[in-house]
Ligand binder design. Structure first.
Ligand code: FRU
Length: 490
């Protein structure tokens, strides 16, 4: 079947399926497909002034399957418009899936570089993967190039896991990194170089697990930030260690120095990028304002995904600006454009001392909250916010002052089995919390991006309301403001 027919079929299916969706958990201001399954963000780029986001997509089912690329675009990173499905699998170069990849501007054409997935024996999960290119004249319709696959096979010492190309230009040369593992299952990232995006030369290994960082590294990204180099990876197989690495797979980063002449990347240790339940396969791009913007998949493999019963599954995180903090720590903050979502502002409290609980009876599902607690003059042992419902049906964000420990507990909102995530914050005189709540998600940004926690939540009923609280003492609230946010999909 022709690729255009496959895309038309997918579009027809999506338009039908989107009429049948149960909207109870549909997000109001996050990227989702019109219906059915999505995972990783792909091909992030600002092209001719518009932001394009693609995503792994199965237009025919609410479960993962033959991967297509879905596509949305936006002028402001807030209001998104669905475009037609960009890539459908089934050609010789991508028989069983168009897996994750990236987007670049090549000679003024939006160009996608992605992995072709091919089953040798599907039952036994035997497969091979190669790298391919598709080009668009109009930014919406893509044509796979005749030279595909542009990289047919992995290097000799590699396993068959060979995917997720991230491509960028440095001086006049194109570079590509790929998620990969060695023949004996050591996760790593490998590097290629090209002058024309068609012919690629293998350079070598950019970074590799020291034995503690898993059997396969997915979805790499590599960029310069504040004079340092950052390698983002999504490793599979890191063992849980106390409060660390609690999700099935992780997403995190290595920061160091890189030399293009020697391909040497000297880096520090692995740090998780987000401490919530649902953050994976993050990808970044540089926009016209010089911001490094990150978007992740806001779910986790093999987790409970109750929206499957509603005819859709999967969403992307809010766009976040990534900056370099002290000690090579990455900070993530929501892009400032998200203020366009604000409808009504409520300044509930400034400089008020609370002890026990302070309840705001908010009747809204889509909310942004900013709260700042003064930690200098407090007698409380812990302070926090209860979100989306009161009377023990809520998500609870708690900060324990003596341990500097921040906890997000979603066990009452759909994460019954494994509801708690913790992270330790640096010492500070203030706790400033910036939270975005959507119908089935919560994203918490703390102390100007020092920590973020992203989780899907599934409130059982329409329980609305926010409560600030203290335990064993009082605290001064320096600011408590919330905004009702708009639903950009309505
Ligand atoms: C990461 C991932 C990628 C792959 C894609 C397939 O979540 O496993 O490595 O390209 O999803 O959908």
């Amino acid at each position: 079947m022709l690729t255009t027919t496959r895309i038309q079929n997918a579009e027809e299916k999506l338009s039908k399926a989107s009429q049948e969706i149960n909207n109870r958990y549909r997000l109001g201001y996050h990227i989702m497909a019109p219906a059915n399954w999505i995972n990783d963000p792909n091909g992030l780029i600002q092209f001719n002034g518009e932001y394009h986001v693609f995503y792994q997509h199965h237009p025919y089912d609410e479960n993962w399957g033959p991967m297509h690329w879905g596509h949305v675009k936006s002028k402001d990173l807030v209001h998104w418009e669905h475009c037609r499905v960009a890539l459908a699998p089934g050609d010789a170069c991508d028989k069983d899936g168009c897996f994750s990849g990236s987007g670049v501007d090549h000679d003024g054409k939006l160009t996608l570089i992605y992995t072709g997935h091919h089953y040798i024996d599907k039952e036994k999960d035997l497969f091979y993967q190669n790298q391919n290119i598709a080009v668009s004249q109009d930014g919406v319709t893509f044509e796979k190039v005749g030279e595909n696959p542009v990289i047919a096979e992995p290097p000799a010492d590699s396993s068959h896991h060979f995917r997720d190309p991230k491509v960028w230009k440095h001086d006049d040369t194109w570079y590509m990194i790929l998620g990969n593992s060695t023949k004996d299952d050591v996760g790593r990232v490998i590097l290629y170089r090209s002058s024309d995006l068609r012919n690629w030369e293998y350079i070598g290994v950019l970074a590799q697990s020291d034995g503690t960082l898993g059997y396969m590294w997915e979805c790499p990204d590599f960029f310069e930030l504040d004079g340092k180099y950052v390698l983002l990876i999504s490793p599979q197989g890191i063992e849980e260690k106390g409060d660390l690495y609690k999700n099935l797979f992780q997403t995190g980063y290595l920061v160091g120095e890189y030399d293009y002449n020697t391909n040497k990347f000297e880096h520090g240790s692995f740090t998780e990028l987000d401490n919530g339940h649902d953050f994976y396969a993050v990808q970044t791009f540089l926009d016209d304002k010089g911001r490094r913007i990150a978007i992740g998949w806001m779910d986790m493999w093999e987790s409970d995904m109750p929206t499957k019963a509603d005819g859709w599954c999967g969403a992307l995180t809010l766009p976040r600006v990534v900056t370099m903090g002290s000690n090579n720590k990455l900070l993530m903050n929501p892009v400032e454009e998200l203020a366009l979502l604000r409808e009504t502002e409520h300044e509930v409290s400034t400089n008020q001392i609370i002890s026990g609980s302070y309840l705001a009876e908010i009747k809204e599902e889509l909310l942004e909250i900013k709260a700042t607690f003064d930690l200098k003059n407090t007698s409380a042992q812990s302070v926090g916010i209860k979100i989306r419902g009161i009377e023990q049906e809520e998500a609870v964000l708690t900060y324990q002052l003596d341990h500097q420990k921040l906890t997000l507990d979603c066990s009452k909102l759909g994460k019954e089995k494994d509801g708690v995530r913790n992270t330790i914050l640096e010492e500070s005189d203030q706790l400033s919390v910036h939270v975005f709540i959507d119908r089935s998600s919560i994203e918490v940004f703390v102390n100007n991006g020092q920590a973020t926690m992203t989780s899907r939540i599934y409130p059982r009923e329409e329980r609305l309301g926010i409560e600030l609280f203290t335990e064993n003492g009082d605290v001064k609230i320096e600011e408590f403001t919330y905004w009702k946010l708009k639903d950009v999909w309505k």
